[in-house]
Write a protein that binds this ligand. Structure first.
Ligand code: GLN
Length: 202
């Protein structure tokens, strides 16, 4: 299988490494690639949108002319993992700040997101998260100027909460994390995501 990590800005290499490690752990053959153009989109079985700055990533995806195609892929069932800024881009709705800046969203997941939801004093923190879908062992959550999901509807399933806010969710082929699983050695997020890809391609 081939996974494309949208590679304009953010933690791209870390996602490539974590994805390939998770493939090995699951016994899957495949690779993760640094994705920048339209031609590569046709080659991949899944997409990862990394953390970074959601306004910048959104703008660069539009400039590269692949915004609509990513949207279509998400709608047609191609698995997409969005982390941090990537989570913001997956959302159908944004809070005031997103509305005011007219930031383009892919509008794929039935959720409303807030940027920088954990306030300025606590811009970055690490915490053990309960993620029942990953088993009993807590997941190391690394939050960096993280967003949060304010509201979900439709068939979105909440996967984890922190400080009373939803920080991980899934909806069919889509998986969104407010934290940075690619910065830990715990590959359960990437494994969970690759299982979606495997189901979609087999
Ligand atoms: N605060 C960033 C944004 O709003 C997200 C931060 C991150 O991806 N680490 O886009």
């Amino acid at each position: 299988m081939k996974i494309g990590v949208i590679g304009f800005q953010g933690a791209v290499n870390e996602h490539i490494t974590a994805t390939e490690r998770a493939m090995r752990e699951l016994g899957l053959s495949g690779e993760a690639i640094w994705l920048k153009d339209d031609a590569q989109l046709s080659e991949v079985d899944g997409l990862i949108i990394p953390g970074g700055e959601s306004t910048t990533i959104g703008r660069l995806i539009s400039n590269a002319g692949i915004f609509e195609k990513i949207q279509e892929m998400g709608k047609s069932g191609v698995p997409i993992l969005g982390t941090c800024a990537g989570l913001i881009l997956l959302a159908k709705e944004g809070g005031e700040e997103i509305k005011e800046t007219k930031q383009p969203l892919l509008k794929l997941m039935d959720m409303k997101v807030i940027r920088n939801a954990f306030g300025r004093q606590k811009e970055s923190f690490e915490t053990d998260l309960e993620v029942p879908a990953f088993g009993e062992k807590p997941f190391p959550g690394i939050f960096i100027r993280a967003p949060a999901i304010e509201e979900v509807w439709g068939n979105v399933r909440t996967l984890a909460k922190s400080k009373g806010k939803i920080v991980a969710a899934e909806q069919e082929n889509l998986l969104a994390m407010a934290f940075h699983p690619e910065l830990t050695s715990d590959t359960r997020t990437h494994q969970y995501y690759l299982e979606k890809v495997e189901r979609n391609t087999s």
